[in-house]
Design a protein around this ligand. Structure first.
Ligand code: B12
Ligand code: SF4
Length: 445
């Protein structure tokens, strides 16, 4: 068939070009109205060229090569539910609002598309590019810095975005537009976080440092027990068990049913106490200002006093923290499935898993020379409970390690013993071996 005779081509020709009635650049007032009507509670606009988007611009172009503007928006959550110590109540609110965020974005891109405006709606969180796990980040867009750039709030000590009115009881979404818009927003000029540190006091795993430090490993191991790597760890438990009796020594029936529930109804967070207790925001702060003691009693104490299982990796800062701070909570050692599978993954992610408590007293410079398929040299400086990673070999090392990359990964995943690695010279060190042990203690996967 000649293409011009195809029924589709003929129909399109007969219809003629649609008259583009949309004015360019797109009106932000008009877009904002459309977003609010679809269910958003606040909206902001940022151009892809803005410096605040610099470190994720490349990712955003991969996500949508046509992107010119990012529309950031928030949907409110119901506070009482988020504050409930019962996980089913809080998680229902997280899930329902999360779905609403996705629905708002989908509704608007469909409407825009019908009017000839191109746009894309990435997920608010899940689904993710899960096959990248664990070596690369699985999310395609980081909503928090975009929301901040779009004037929707600032990140508090707990690293959640706090909206000036709604507080942190919001979830974030975005739409990528292939158009420019009439107006952009700037970040708000103050932080709604007033540093009360209630989030620090409430976190069951000590993930939030009073100085703004965030222990990714702690939050990820406990809160995400039924997500991503937590699920990998669960599968490992099953496959490593010799019998149902053997398995029952590792998982209670309640934990197994909880995994089923997460698979069936959406994964359940084990906590979100940092968010639950945060009194910041004009619509939220009233009860805290009226009666601080009452607020602590009503909102913070029930979460602190809750008897529950807390998941930690063996030897982590979180394990020591829970034992000391919350002796009435049950500590359970687990793996978090986030171990590394490539040398790149190890070197890229080490700063996120660093345990600053365990590093106390350690001041050393390490040179790592990884050979093999993906060779790389890095310098790691651990000093005053902080970590710095530099590509290449810089300065004078207290310990130099030369290792076959694959062997090192197997060693970290406990698939090769240290003795075997050293005897076969897959791993060689120059310097005091105790420095390598001290380094290992900073990364209890
Ligand atoms: C990854 C992620 C997490 C991780 C890391 C959290 C974090 N601080 O970034 C974990 C699993 C710990 C997590 C937990 C929670 N999250 Co979350 N999470 C995300 C996600 C997918 C990306 C976050 C991001 O951009 N981080 C990067 C930068 C901006 O944040 P950062 O603090 O500087 O970075 C830290 C980590 O991300 C990590 N990191 C950065 N890059 C990489 C790469 C790799 C490979 C690894 C391993 C780690 C890592 O290291 C940094 C320092 O610790 C977003 C959804 C999205 N697509 O944006 C939701 C999001 C941030 N989460 C959200 C929520 C609600 C939560 C929880 C409350 C969930 C719950 N119900 O318990 C907790 C709160 C924990 C906390 N206090 O931060 C909301 C926050 C809403 C708000 N008001 O700000 C978001 C925006 C989802 C949404 N669409 O609304 N989350
Ligand atoms: S709980 Fe207090 S310190 Fe923590 S983020 Fe909210 S206002 Fe800031």
């Amino acid at each position: 068939m000649v293409i011009k005779d195809h029924p589709t081509i003929k129909a399109v020709k007969e219809r003629g070009q649609p008259v583009d009635q949309i004015q360019r650049p797109l009106s932000t007032a008009w877009l904002r109205e459309m977003m609010l009507e679809a269910g958003a509670d606040d909206v902001g606009f940022v151009s892809i060229d803005r410096p605040e988007l610099g470190d994720q611009r490349e990712d955003l172009f991969k996500l949508y090569p046509a992107v010119k503007t990012v529309v950031s928006f928030v949907v409110r959550m119901h506070r009482e539910n988020v504050r409930a110590p019962l996980r089913s109540v809080a998680n229902n609110e997280f899930h329902t609002t999360g779905h609403l965020v996705n629905d708002v974005a989908r509704d608007v891109v469909h409407k825009l598309s019908d009017m000839g405006v191109r746009a894309l709606n990435p997920p608010m969180a899940f689904p993710m590019e899960a096959e990248r796990f664990p070596d690369e980040k699985t999310w395609t867009i980081s909503h928090k810095p975009i929301a901040v750039a779009a004037g929707l709030g600032q990140m508090g000590i707990h690293r959640n975005v706090i909206h000036p009115k709604f507080g942190n009881f919001i979830l974030l979404g975005a739409i990528l537009l292939a158009d420019e818009v009439t107006e952009e927003q700037e970040p708000i000029d103050y932080n709604p976080c007033f540093e009360c540190k209630l989030c620090v006091a409430a976190c069951p795993v000590g993930a939030i440092g009073a100085d703004g430090w965030f222990d990714f490993n702690a939050c990820y191991t406990h809160n995400y027990r039924e997500f991503l790597g937590g699920f990998v760890s669960f599968v490992d438990m099953i496959t490593d068990s010799n019998s149902s009796y053997d398995y029952s020594k590792m998982m209670t029936k309640g934990e197994t049913v909880s995994m089923w529930q997460s698979l069936a109804y959406g994964p359940n967070y084990k906590a979100a106490y940092c968010m639950a207790v945060c009194p910041a925001g004009e619509d939220v702060i009233g009860p805290y200002l009226d009666d601080k003691r009452g607020f602590l009693q009503d909102v913070v104490k029930p979460l602190q006093e809750k008897e529950e299982t807390i998941y930690v990796t063996k030897g982590s800062d979180a394990e020591a923290f829970v034992q000391k701070r919350y002796p009435h909570k049950t500590v359970k050692q687990v793996t978090n499935g986030a171990g590394v599978s490539t040398i790149r993954g190890f070197t890229d992610n080490m700063v996120h898993f660093f345990q600053r408590g365990n590093s106390k007293g350690l001041n050393a410079t390490y040179h790592f020379k990884f050979t093999g398929k993906d060779p790389i040299d890095i310098t790691v400086i651990i000093r005053d409970q902080s970590i710095e990673k530099i590509e290449g070999l810089v300065g004078e090392a207290d310990l130099t390690m030369t290792a076959d990359g694959e062997a090192w990964v197997r060693f970290l995943n406990r698939k090769m013993t240290g003795v075997f690695a050293f005897v076969t010279r897959k791993i060689r060190i120059e310097g005091n071996p105790s420095l390598l042990i001290a380094f290992g203690n900073c990364f209890p996967f």
